[in-house]
Design a protein around this ligand. Structure first.
Ligand SMILES: CCCCCCCC/C=C\CCCCCCCC(=O)N[C@@H](CCC(N)=O)C(=O)O
Ligand SMILES: [Zn+2]
Ligand SMILES: [Zn+2]
Length: 453
């Protein structure tokens, strides 16, 4: 059963320096109370990192086995009171669903991991393979003070990981047009990000004698040009090619043939899938106008107008290239462009028979979600704390073991975020099995089943 108390604690992160620290402290106390075995077992060390994040070191009985890591975060994005069926921090249960900010992103993982470990400890289970659990407190606002500090601490201790599992993808059921059965997408990379601040300055004055162009008009035209001129289609040039090839047999004829031959059909496929926002995010670097500020009074021509634009960079592109395209598209020197944050797409993690993490995930997915018909490498369209761990392993995977239906994706950061009690229990079962399956020291033999391998 979901620890509903975790959802009721409003661990909201607005900005890097604007966190609800009272709630973060309360969350720490809460997990100590509900997971007593995790906090008192002799072979588990817990540490508070960066004031509010938690790092657990679970010492396995066989020091020869290379450790792995499970990552999650306790902070959540803000939630408005209106628009929700139930208040976002009420953890109300309705028709088998628990509603609340963080039920999918990402208290389900934070609590689910600790719950699975608590269950194992109560059964006197001691893992053979050591592992780490990181519960960040500022993932939604960069992870620099939480997740990154955990990564740096482990790096300073000389830790190397065999694999790392974080949030960032899931079991998609009816999300990809043309695929009827649920498919598990394990993201082997995540898109890069570039946030630009655009500013236009012009002389202030009386609205009764306006100039031909104002700061607002100039800026509005610039952002409109960005929106009307999407970044180039790059579908088929990144790991999404691998994803669709793996999923090809899930499509009915003739789409299965099309997906198997993306070298020929990717221009056609990209035009179809870009029609939906999630599909579009696979096709290109996305452009999102997220902040627009100007003006103080109806009869005053404002001196300043500013806007923020957030680009999520396709794995086949880099920050520098996106910036060049932006400058060419705006093509107006009056618009001052400054970079607020920028990083390239993350490296692509291994996806082959030698990749231990992948084999363990496959086996665990098949054990716990037998109705999943394919397991494929995917691309995380957002960003996660795992991007701070690239010095510890090249095997970083993003996968939340939760079934997401078409309307669930927009609940993440949106209204009515929810998880079914059944899905949460499955998530705990997955983690419970995963920890045990990770104790193998050799890779399992390739599985001969109808599953996509
Ligand atoms: C062809 C269709 C394929 C569709 C694939 C869609 C898969 C959707 C599945 C899950 C949703 C992804 C959720 C991504 C997790 C993102 C976590 C997050 O919100 N991170 C923040 C971090 C912010 C920061 N400053 O670091 C973010 O990305 O904004
Ligand atoms: Zn998240
Ligand atoms: Zn999030």
């Amino acid at each position: 059963m979901f620890s509903l108390g975790a959802i009721k604690i409003p661990t909201v992160a607005f900005l890097r320096k604007q966190l609800n620290t009272t709630a973060l402290i309360e969350f720490g106390k809460y997990i100590q109370k509900v997971f007593p075995a995790v906090f008192s077992t002799e072979f588990i060390q817990h540490e508070v990192v960066g004031e509010y994040s938690y790092l657990f070191t679970v010492r396995g009985s066989d020091p020869q086995l290379m450790p792995y890591m499970l990552l999650a975060h306790m902070d959540v994005v803000p939630a408005s009171e209106e628009g929700w069926k139930f208040p976002p921090f009420s953890a109300e249960e309705d028709e088998g669903y628990i509603y609340g900010r963080g039920t999918l992103d990402n208290k389900n993982s934070a609590i689910g991991i600790l719950q699975a470990l608590e269950f194992l400890l109560r059964r006197n289970y001691r893992p053979r393979r050591s592992f780490y659990i990181g519960i960040g407190h500022d993932e939604e606002v960069s992870g620099l003070d939480g997740g990154k500090q955990i990564a740096m601490l482990l790096q300073a201790r000389g830790v190397k990981l065999s694999f790392l599992l974080d949030e960032g993808s899931g079991i998609l059921d009816g999300v990809i047009e043309g695929i009827k059965s649920p498919v598990a997408l394990i993201a082997v990379t995540e898109k890069g990000s570039l946030t630009l601040n655009l500013t236009v300055r012009s002389d202030p004055g009386h609205s009764s004698a306006p100039p031909k162009e104002t700061s607002i008009g100039i800026l509005a035209a610039a952002v409109s040009r960005l929106e009307k001129n999407p970044m180039p289609r790059l579908f088929g040039y990144g790991p999404e090619l691998m994803m669709f090839e793996h999923l090809a047999s899930e499509f009915a004829f003739p789409l299965n043939i099309v997906m198997k031959n993306l070298w020929l059909f990717s221009p056609l496929v990209s035009r179809i899938i870009e029609r939906k926002p999630t599909g579009n995010s696979m096709v290109r670097t996305t452009t999102a106008l997220t902040i627009f500020k100007a003006g103080i009074k109806f009869n005053v021509i404002p001196h300043l107008a500013s806007a923020a634009v957030n680009f999520r960079i396709h794995p086949a592109q880099k920050v520098a290239e996106v910036l060049e395209i932006v400058k060419d598209t705006i093509d107006d020197d009056r618009v001052e462009i400054t970079v607020t944050e920028a990083f390239d797409p993350l490296p692509i993690s291994p996806w082959d028979d030698q990749a231990l993490g992948v084999q363990i995930f496959r086996r665990t997915i098949m054990d716990v979600f037998p109705h999943v018909s394919s397991i494929a490498p995917g691309v995380c369209i957002g960003n996660t704390d795992s991007r701070h761990f690239t010095n510890l392993t090249d095997a970083i995977y993003r996968f939340n073991p939760v079934v997401l239906k078409a309307d669930d994706v927009s609940r993440i950061h949106g209204w009515n975020e929810r998880i079914s009690v059944k899905d949460y229990e499955k998530q705990v079962e997955f983690l419970f099995q995963l920890i045990q399956n990770s104790d193998i020291d050799k890779l399992p033999k390739p599985h001969l089943s109808t599953h996509e391998l």
